[in-house]
Design a protein around this ligand. Sequence first.
Ligand code: GDG
Length: 469
Amino acid sequence: MRPAYDLVVVSNRLPVDYQPGAADSEQWRPSPGGLVTALEPVLRERGGVWVGWPGVADLEVGPFEIDGMPLIPVPLSEQDVERYYEGMANGTLWPLYHDVIVSPEYHRQWWEAYLEVNRRFAEAALAVAAPGATVWVHDYQLQLVPRMLRDARPDLVIGFFNHIPFPAHGLFSQLPWRRQIVEGLLGADVVGFQRTADASNFRRAVQRLTHLRIRGDLIELPQEGREVLARPFPISIDAGAYQELAKRPDIWARAKEIRRELGDPKVVLLGVDRLDYTKGILHRLKAFGELLEDGDLDVADVALVQIAAPSRERVESYKHLREEVEMMVSRVNGDFSSLGRPPITYLHQGYPRDEMVAFYLAADVMLVTALRDGMNLVAKEYVASRVDLHGALVLSEFAGASDELRQAVLVNPHDIDGLKAGILQAARMPPGEQARRMKAMRRRVISHDVQRWSATFLGALSGENRGDG
Ligand code: GDG
């Protein structure tokens, strides 16, 4: 008999990376993300397990452990990756849920694959869930799983958390399978979102697509004799870990070295994103280029570092974005470089977390200019790292983080003049004002860290603080 677990986390990806060609014991490396940090202690304490895709197509691998945490791999074939992951998840749902920044594509074959793969994830979870277990499903790739679990096992306590925005009904209603998605999500006891607006968009979709009665945050399902709680649970980071790194002398030394390598400019600006069209990288580069052109910023005084971690490289819109970003970088650098001193340093690479913190500490201004973003953890990581209270954050109103980090320089990235003014304000901000704003933002991030987030979500699942919201 298979072991049964009291807590089952289900997400598209397992928190590991495959190392091809490595010795057996080295084949899997933990991929340290915020979600693992938050869930690992709870999984250990409650004897939990993680179900997900190991990230490599056509790889048949049985259950294994990483640092004592049991993992259950769900296999995906090359065709599943094309249709379910790159297709339905990243070609349909991702752009639709991010307010159609690029046009979503609707293909029935992709939907069929989504249905089939969601079923496979649900079955993998069902096979390991103990009677009455809590199953916590994550994100837009797996929206049908809650209903599949509920139909098979009414004894389970089921949670769902959506890491990305949930769109307004006018957009959501484009989706040919909108009813199935809403019904899929309503299989859960708690459906969590990043922002208040996302939760109310979801409740509105329920209102328009079903006959269910809604009372505050609660959706009544009288035929099933239960209620679904749909509420915001804004995600956060392991703030303690970032603070620890930001106190290490070697990381400070590296931050100084980064500034030196950039030619010791007066102001270092930084962008850190997955190379994704939702992140507003082009808008940011355009604003920066115009500030140089206008003479408001001088290339002798400023340097912009843009880290753009490779992402979804086989999806057409991502290939196109990469070309556009690289063209824009070359244009600005071509126009404004002096010998050995380009205004933009573009790094199409991922970095270890220590190095990321060194970059945060090297930056006077952090640029988060997303056109749409569920939360944006980079903004919170920057704030948690600035133990010295130095630095200014330019933050898009369209990132979930802007609901909490009100002391950032808030901008609308579509308004290039407004964005330029915001960047200048940040670059010229007096140290006293930087410290005052940073202190307030740090208070928020430190008191509302990812550990608190997971405890609050699991608390709501076990019936704490329910009731009209
Ligand atoms: C989705 C939602 C929501 C990036 N480059 C490197 C690196 N990163 C890390 C950052 C940060 C994470 O990746 C990115 O998180 P974000 O929140 O900024 O964005 P998404 O990847 O789009 O995440 C988002 C999030 O889910 C959580 O719910 O906030 O809105 O879109 O932690 O530090 N980490 C390392 N090297 C890199 O080069 N080590």
